[in-house]
Design a protein around this ligand. Structure first.
Ligand code: AMP
Length: 305
């Protein structure tokens, strides 16, 4: 049946202290679907672009077994645009521009044959739209949801009302603090779980990720990177690898969810190695497996004192 991904498809302008790129391929659905495509196909994308969106990007996505039946192309419309500028440490960024354009009137319509989808990734878009997607599905089994400060600040009530329908919420540390209104991450996690989400993953950029599920707390390392070109999309790429692996294995045990966190981190580590989706376009399952094994080695130690 495939994995259903909803989110933004965007043209991004990104500046880092070392380089910049204008109108490059971006968007949450783009990164999620490309990342997930290495684990399982087909990946069905529900999103919207304007007629200014370059055809070559659509072809590239389709060549990765990404089904674009649910992608609306609006005649005379302008594609969503985002611009960001990274600080010196590449861990934090300022958003310079968020132009919703075709997203302002977007009504996500799930094609009939995708309404039975069981695995769904709600990428970062307006939580009202994320909810509208869930309303059209017959009986989703596993819903992963991502969001960002823009929506936590602008549509917090809508987001919070969505959380009881979400199995895994993936956010970064500053978003967790903002959502819970609590500076301590562990307390923030408890408050967010209290909002009704089953499992919470908090990404901490170059410091790894924390998983909270029931009584379990799992701390995943980050891959030590010497060269980071562009962190844009790392969070979405994480979500794509995470749900792609779980869809492939169809095992939702906590132990397997921990493995999925490592696969998510593995995919994110590739994403940041080049601008935009460049590195994600050229990966192979073999390279992913090699880096996954390196990840395992990172936190293995001999406790036989
Ligand atoms: P990340 O770096 O994982 O937080 O994701 C960055 C991607 O999110 C970029 O490619 C943007 O196009 C996209 N994006 C940024 N702001 C928004 C927003 N408000 N709604 C939807 N997508 C967004």
């Amino acid at each position: 049946m495939g994995l259903l991904v909803v989110g933004s498809v965007a043209l991004d302008s990104v500046a880092t202290p070392f380089d910049k790129v204008d109108n490059a391929l971006g968007g949450s659905a783009t990164y999620i679907s490309l990342s997930a495509s290495y684990f399982s196909g087909p990946v069905h994308v529900v999103a919207v672009v304007g007629d200014d969106f370059p055809q070559k990007y659509l072809q590239m996505l389709e060549s990765h077994n990404i089904d674009l039946d649910g992608l609306q192309v609006i005649d005379g419309g302008k594609t969503f645009r985002w611009a960001g500028k990274y600080h010196y440490d590449l861990n934090s960024r300022d958003t310079l521009l968020t132009e919703l354009n075709v997203f302002e009137k977007f009504d996500p319509i799930i094609p009939d044959h995708q309404r039975k989808s069981k695995f769904v990734c709600l990428g970062n878009i307006d939580p009202v739209l994320q909810k509208r997607v869930l309303d059209q599905l017959e009986k989703p089994q596993f819903v992963v949801c991502d969001t960002m400060n823009y929506w936590i600040e602008g549509k917090k009530d809508e987001l919070v009302s969505l959380l009881p329908r979400v199995n895994v919420l993936i956010i970064n540390d500053s978003e967790a603090r903002l959502l819970a209104n609590e500076p301590n991450l562990i307390k923030a996690a408890k408050l967010i779980i209290g909002m009704g989400v089953q499992t919470l993953i908090i990404k901490k950029g170059e410091h790894g990720a924390l998983l909270f599920s029931g009584d379990v707390i799992f701390s995943a390392p980050a891959y030590p990177m010497e060269m980071i070109f562009d962190p844009t999309g790392a969070g979405d790429t994480f979500a794509g690898g995470f749900i792609g692996y779980l869809y492939k294995t169809q095992d939702l045990s906590v132990e397997n969810i921990k493995r999925a966190v490592i696969y998510g981190s593995t995919m994110a580590s590739f994403c940041v190695e080049k601008f935009s989706t460049e590195e994600l376009e050229e990966l192979s399952y073999l390279r992913i497996q090699d880096r996954y094994r390196e990840f395992l080695g990172l936190s293995r130690f001999d406790d036989n004192l």
